[in-house]
Unconditional design. Structure first.
Length: 315
């Protein structure tokens, strides 16, 4: 099949594109041309690269037609953030493709109410990003149900892997947290550190996208969580990180509001964004219907990301 991947050079595409080529598909990788895959792979030499500015073309209402002109059998959209963007693309592709797979986010769920949270749990979404992803999901489900549009949605957790900093035990992305842990110095966590985070290795996400391609008939009109088998608590994550660097855990606790006031504006925002949701999502649906088997636990995925950063001298 001819598969067009939008946002192809990012986290997921880095691992997905080689899998698609290995499976014998022809692949067109669409990106803005401003970044390279996180890892080099010889299969990228077999990929047709197309540079398009999605935002610019959407402003002219021509992005969907530009993708349709590639004559894909399947479109995998890794970079859609608004329902308006999804609508323009899907209307242009209606009746022209066999499968459309959209990358959502577990942020379609708001603060956890039942854990592990399943895909069919009523949406209580908060925040602009999550609300946008939830509206895209609702649009695709409606279009699939009423118009037969062949849509599938995959909701990743906190993506991690070689090439970028993983979400840290304090709930944000500041590298200083890792330096604090590496030195064995005290790290303060919000509340009692019992909130959870739900990482996933980018290659496990690539596996899930491939499974949806292979088992199309059972995925149409459905959503699936793409996370590691188990979420981890922030205090468990922190304790693991100290021992990872050969240190004894030195963890302190503070009410989230007090800790927020001691962090930078950006770090405080990310911390509260994660602590307030405390995501813990089920993968039972993907396991039962697709045979999804994550290769990495959360800690194994984080380990691989940290090792890459250490090799690069970035940590």
């Amino acid at each position: 099949m001819h598969i067009v991947v939008l946002g192809a050079t990012g986290h997921i595409g880095t691992f997905l594109i080689p899998r698609l080529i290995e499976a014998g598909h022809s692949v067109t990788a669409v990106s803005r041309g401003k970044s390279k895959p996180y890892l080099d792979h010889p299969h990228w030499r077999l990929v047709r690269q197309v540079i398009l500015d999605r935002e610019e073309l959407e402003a002219n209402n021509t992005f969907g037609e530009a993708i349709a002109q590639e004559k894909p059998d399947v479109v995998i959209d890794l970079i859609c953030f608004t329902p308006e963007s999804a609508k323009q693309l899907c209307e242009a592709l209606q009746g022209k493709i066999q499968h459309f797979i959209s990358c959502g986010s577990i942020w379609v769920h708001g603060p956890a109410e039942v854990v592990p949270t399943t895909e069919d749990h009523p949406r209580n979404t908060i925040g602009e990003y999550g609300i946008g992803k939830a509206k895209i999901e609702a649009y695709l489900h409606k279009k699939s149900r009423e118009e037969g549009f062949p849509a599938t949605i995959i909701h990743p957790g906190h993506i991690v892997g070689p090439g970028w900093l993983p979400l840290n035990p304090q709930g944000h992305f500041n590298k200083k947290v890792w330096e604090t842990i590496k030195k064995g110095e005290a790290l303060t966590l919000a509340n009692l550190g019992l909130e959870t985070v739900n990482h996933v290795h980018a290659d496990d996400l690539a596996q899930l996208f491939m499974l949806c391609l292979e088992r199309r008939s059972v995925t149409l009109g459905e959503s699936f969580h793409g996370v590691a088998a188990k979420a981890v608590t922030l205090r468990g994550y922190a304790a693991w990180a100290y021992r990872y660097f050969g240190k004894e855990p030195h963890i302190k606790y503070s009410p989230s509001g007090e800790l927020q006031s001691k962090l930078s504006k950006e770090d405080a925002w990310f911390m509260m964004d994660h602590v307030s949701r405390s995501p813990c999502c089920s993968i039972e649906k993907a396991q039962d219907l697709l045979g999804y088997k994550p290769r990495y636990t959360s800690f194994q995925a984080i380990d691989e990301a940290l090792q890459a950063l250490i090799r690069q001298g970035a940590l």
